[in-house]
Design a protein around this ligand. Structure first.
Ligand code: HEM
Length: 514
């Protein structure tokens, strides 16, 4: 063949290959959910995510997402599907829950939670199922939540006492600190019986660990070996190892002290008096819980998981409720009137669960806060283990999933006046009176939905409601001099959970205490 025809033939082949590649890419990208156009080598779309990922992701969805509410991002090495509308959340939880029921691997989770031998970060499978069942049956069921009533009542009384002392001393109250102390004590006592100095150490550890798992980690972005080098070079590896060692010392001490006490007490406690640690030790002595292996590491991982998952979320919720109430004095007045109507005997020391159940407006207020400020705005990341076709788009296995509960709670297709703080929508006669957060109303998912829905709802609600009713029954609350409600900064701090950016400081005035 002559050289000129060689060149022509080669050009022809190139043109055919070129058009084949273009067509194939078009066909493939036609099937994948839409993505923002600009992606950088290694980083992918990471440069488009700001300090508050739930806000960045909603902004990206509005510019580049599908009309159904899906967006596909490449976040470093992780292909990530983002669901930002109620319709997308409904489709995922209703039709693809099993495919997306796992968790992406996290080195911080591995190191801090004994190789993910806990519930929250465990990959989907038999081990996760058994660990979750253990926690639900023995700590988080409605019956167990009721049994912990006296612990909650004692801690609510301590909370009122603490605020009362500040009031008498004419001091401002750092709301985050007092509600953290309360939530820590209420959760830690039910989980591990720890009180006083041990509970204080636990509180400090939970705070420090939160900072280490917040934000994007090197292993989210880089291949394993490169991520390890970055963790080592930045000191992250050492910080994680040190933190894991301190947690392990603390949890080992708590477990050993309890084993000693149980051995000394002989037959042990009545079953109703047991905390979660007692139950796990008893089950181990009896030969395990239905095949779930209860090694020391499993027990410590479960304790740490329940304490961390329960304490931060409930205290973050309480601080947000107090912030929204001082920003909306009309709502605060209505909640206080309701409490006064239900608890009319001033000499009654505490507030019973039956009384809390009659406080419809207080419950609606907590719901409205969870709609606007879900403590975990992107839930906990999920990961798919099987291919799925979601709203006609192909999503390959191994894709991480962020469900933006914060954006879903503000979806204008699902909520009237979504940006307004209006608890009335949740009371009888309101547009959302029948809407609940237990996983069937997909436009209201502060606890998630589907298989990985928070199992702690029954435990969390009385903790939050009792503290709130006690704080509002005994005190009037106002902002420090010179700060007007409209000046209050209602921005979030970044992290897996998002407290207020600026810790809330309030002035209480005693209503009922001598
Ligand atoms: C207001 C309080 C709370 C909120 C808003 C909340 C929210 C959440 C959310 C969004 C998830 C992730 C759901 C998902 O991945 O789709 C979760 C998981 C979890 N929560 Fe909660 N939570 C709260 C209280 C609690 C409490 C008190 C406990 C236990 C004492 C608890 C234990 C857990 C556990 C163990 C998981 C992991 C479930 C799994 O992966 O299977 N939570 N929670």
């Amino acid at each position: 063949m002559a050289p000129a025809s060689n060149v022509l033939a080669a050009a022809g082949v190139l043109i055919v290959v070129f058009f084949y590649v273009i067509r194939r890419n078009r066909r493939r990208s036609g099937k994948l959910p839409p993505s923002p156009p600009y992606s950088l080598p290694l980083l992918g779309h990471l440069h488009l995510i700001g300090r508050l990922p739930h806000r960045s992701l909603r902004a990206l969805h509005l510019r580049h997402g599908s009309t159904g509410g899906l967006l596909l991002l490449q976040l470093g090495r992780r292909r990530t599907l983002v669901a930002s509308t109620a319709a997308a959340a409904a489709d995922l939880f209703r039709s693809h829950d099993l495919a997306f029921a796992s968790r992406p691997r996290s080195v911080a989770g591995d190191k801090l939670m004994y190789g993910c031998r806990n519930v929250s970060f465990a990959p989907y499978g038999e081990r996760w199922r058994r660990a979750r069942k253990l926690a639900v049956v023995h700590l988080l069921s409605p019956r167990r939540a009721e049994a912990f009533g006296p612990v909650r009542a004692a801690e609510a009384e301590a909370l009122v006492g603490r605020v009362g002392r500040a009031t008498r001393a004419g001091e401002e109250v750092p709301v985050r600190e007092v509600v953290c102390c309360y939530a820590n004590a209420a959760v830690t006592r039910a989980v591990a019986g720890a009180a006083g100095a041990a509970a204080e150490r636990v509180r400090e550890m939970v705070g420090n660990s939160g900072a280490l798992v917040a934000g994007l980690q090197p292993d989210d972005v880089l291949p394993d070996a490169a991520a390890k080098v970055v963790r080592w070079a930045t000191g992250m590896e050492k910080r994680l190892d040190d933190m894991a060692a301190v947690w392990d010392r603390l949890l080992s001490e708590i477990v050993a002290a309890r084993e000693e006490k149980r051995a000394a007490a002989g037959a042990g406690k009545e079953k109703e008096e047991e905390d979660f640690l007692d139950v796990m030790l008893r089950l181990r002595e009896e030969g395990g819980d239905n095949g779930f292996e209860l090694t020391d590491d499993h027990i410590k991982a479960m304790l740490e998981d329940m304490i961390a998952a329960g304490m931060v979320t409930t205290s973050v919720t309480l601080e947000w409720v107090m912030a929204e109430l001082v920003a909306n004095p009309r709502v605060m007045g209505k909640v206080q009137d309701e409490i006064a109507r239900v608890v009319h005997d001033a000499d009654e020391p505490g507030i019973s669960q039956a009384q809390l159940n009659r406080m419809e407006y207080l419950r609606a207020t907590v719901k409205e806060v969870l709609r606007l400020h879900p403590p975990a705005p992107l839930l906990v990341p999920h990961e798919s283990t099987a291919p799925a076709v979601v709203q006609g788009y192909e999503v390959p296995p191994g894709t991480a999933l962020f469900v933006n509960a914060w954006a879903v709670g503000r979806d204008p297709a699902a909520w009237d006046a979504p940006e307004e703080f209006r608890p009335e929508r949740f009371v009888a006669g309101g547009a959302a009176a029948a809407v609940d957060f237990r996983g069937t109303d997909y436009h209201f998912i502060p606890f998630g939905a589907g298989r990985r829905i928070c199992p702690g709802i029954n435990f969390a609600l009385p903790v939050v409601e009792l503290a709130l009713a006690s704080l509002l029954r005994h005190f009037d609350w106002s902002l420090p001099a010179g700060v007007r409600p409209e000046d209050l900064d209602l921005g979030e701090a970044p992290g897996l959970t998002t407290p207020l950016r600026v810790p809330l400081i309030l002035i209480p005035r005693c209503k009922t205490l001598a």
